[in-house]
Design a protein around this ligand. Structure first.
Ligand code: ZN
Length: 351
């Protein structure tokens, strides 16, 4: 028999970061963030989805209309995340053999990843523990078998189950989720969203598929927050800089080339989230390419931004770079996205 595993969505937080309106209610791809997160659990085929409410409970409950989920209220939610995990576990039936603990502000997790986690957590007849990893970094949600419930019920404060996972070490099954950046992505503040042309109210999004848009937005934010290749590059052979006076972006690109191949790329500078994300994506993509391939990649990125890519048959192979296409509908921001790529063109001149 299939073990009875339920989804536990933590949606009780005060979401202070967002200021003003509750972040969990912000539309992501056309539906409230919390509803998206709950729907992914439901679509994964879990036996039940339980959503723990607290702050703004009535509004969050209303946002969940149409999602097959049971709401429980954590009256103690201000004491931190652990109290919501406890309230959720306490609300589960005695026949539940495992739980997928997910976060209400991580709406981009794919249902397929949840399914893979549950499979990985199976230890014969029993459910153990499993966690997803994206490019080596542990994310959410995490699966816990019934044998871990006492430890979950003993959690306190706002640290969640991090220490518990650390203590279990290799006993936690590791699920590689390189194809699902949603396991790392929480969704950002209004300022972050505005910085890349999106608004928290969902106004004026660029055209295109809503899910894809949310994913692109998350990709840009990830690179803007933790840019790859930021810092001085040792043994650089070619350099070029670019400036965007419109919003003060400055990028100094450095390459290390060996013959007709780019071996390493890095950049220094400062600017808006989009300019930093674009430079980061470049530094992530270009190393390993021949000069000809680096130029071809630049041409495809520029075409994507300009909207002249049409039906690029290889668009899928652009990977994360495809996210830069989301700036297409915002001509005033094109320069932010092309800055680093123009510097690449200049730097490659000398190779
Ligand atoms: Zn900019």
């Amino acid at each position: 028999m299939t073990p009875r595993v339920v989804g536990l969505l933590l949606a009780a937080g005060a979401a202070r970061r967002m200021g003003g309106p509750n972040k969990l209610l912000a539309p992501i791809g056309g539906r409230p963030m919390v509803a998206r997160a709950a729907a992914a659990l439901a679509e994964a085929g879990l036996a039940e989805v339980v959503v723990v409410l607290g702050h703004d409970a009535d509004a969050v409950r209303a946002a969940l209309a149409g999602v097959a989920a049971r709401a429980v209220v954590n009256p103690d939610h201000t004491s931190g995340l652990a109290s919501s995990i406890r309230a959720g576990i306490a609300a589960l039936g005695a026949d539940v053999e495992g739980v997928v603990v997910a976060l209400g502000d991580m709406p981009l997790v794919r249902a397929d990843t949840v399914r893979r986690l549950v499979l990985a957590a199976r230890e014969g007849e029993e459910i153990g523990a499993a966690a997803p990893y994206h490019r080596g970094q542990r994310g959410n949600p995490v699966v816990w078998g019934r044998r871990h419930f006492p430890a979950l019920l003993a959690l306190t404060g706002d640290r969640g189950a991090r220490d518990l996972l650390a203590a279990l070490g290799d006993a936690v099954a590791r699920v590689e989720a390189d194809d699902d950046p949603g396991v790392l992505r929480d969704v950002d503040t209004p300022e972050d969203l505005a910085a890349i042309g999106f608004s928290a109210s969902g106004a004026a999004p660029p055209p295109g598929d809503a899910d894809l848009r949310a994913l692109y937005q998350a990709t840009i934010m990830r690179h803007a927050r933790a840019p790859r290749g930021l810092g001085p590059l040792a043994d650089a052979t070619h350099r070029a800089r670019g400036e965007n006076p419109l919003c003060g972006d400055r990028v100094a690109l450095a390459l290390r080339c060996d013959g007709a191949r780019v071996v390493a790329a890095g950049f220094e500078g400062a600017g808006c989230a989009l300019s930093m994300a674009s430079a980061s994506l470049l530094a992530d993509t270009v190393p390993g390419l021949t000069v000809a391939d680096a130029r071809a990649t630049r041409a495809r990125v520029l075409a994507l931004i300009a909207g002249s890519a049409g039906d690029d048959p290889g668009a899928g192979s652009l990977g994360d770079l495809a996210a830069l296409g989301s700036v297409r509908a915002f001509p005033a921001r094109h320069r932010c996205a092309t800055l680093a790529w123009d510097a690449l063109d200049a730097a490659l001149e000398g190779v």
